[in-house]
Design a protein around this ligand. Sequence first.
Ligand SMILES: Nc1ncnc2c1ncn2[C@@H]1O[C@H](COP(=O)(O)OP(=O)(O)OP(=O)(O)O)[C@@H](O)[C@H]1O
Ligand SMILES: [Mg+2]
Length: 287
Amino acid sequence: MSYFKLLGLEKEPFSSSPDPEFLYLSREYDLALTNILIELRLKRGLTVILGDVGTGKTTLSRKLVKELSEREDFIFHVILNPIFESEKEFLFALTRNFEVPLSQSYQNITVSEIRDSFEKFLLHNTRVKNKTVVVIIDEAQKLSEKELESLRILLNYETNEYKLIQLVLLGQLELYSRILQMSNFYDRIDFKYTLNPLGYEETKEMIVYRLSKAGYMGNISLFLDEAIRDIYYYTKGYPRGIIRVCHKCLRALVMSKVKTVVDKQLVFDVIEEDSVSKWRHAGVKHE
Ligand SMILES: Nc1ncnc2c1ncn2[C@@H]1O[C@H](COP(=O)(O)OP(=O)(O)OP(=O)(O)O)[C@@H](O)[C@H]1O
Ligand SMILES: [Mg+2]
């Protein structure tokens, strides 16, 4: 039997997958999401979401995808890992994903021919079919300068009122320093937002939220306040760390046989084990 069923839960509460159903909309996330949607509606072109490792960028992108799939006037595509061998491969992949008809095979077609076909596709879909075409790129810090430049050119496709393509780039903080050096690209950003780690109250709300989403109906919280406080101090409010530690705490709770809630001592033991395993992963000997 899964450990979470033993705690009376229907689902795994602290799974590491970026499931939008488990996204706790903190004030920051809500602000980011609302603004992205506004930018897309206004067809302003370029949105950049930055955040340190594990702050929830991929989770936010999944939530965005969920929101867009519920609306008929959007056509979108998500690129999860933007590593391409050349600009041609990048543009070809983009057009293929939107099923844009191309005049030639990959071997024979030129970059500018791919661009022309894509522009026709964008014009037809935005002006004739009244759609908003969106490309969401996660892990955008992996985009090469060539690819960023290629995206910049796509942003030049516009009417008097709006851009024909909407780009949402989500990436780690290094993306920003890269873009800063490309003033042409930087100038085109319409909305930039940085996701920060959660505060203590938000950490608590996220834990409670995920437990309730997993079907927890108990009267008392599975995590004492003292436990949540230590989880917050240890993880510094980074969602990925919180999820990992909470997951380990619940597993330890099930194993303990005497405890019925996660308390300070249990968190202490988990944190000790967690930091040792992190050192090990980093290849450092722990005395
Ligand atoms: N607001 C949130 N509510 C609930 N869970 C969250 C939230 N943000 C992140 N998480 C959880 O934290 C973990 C890490 O999130 P995610 O993978 O989205 O981070 P990331 O910023 O994309 O990290 P990376 O920089 O490594 O790509 C996931 O398990 C996700 O479910
Ligand atoms: Mg990610």
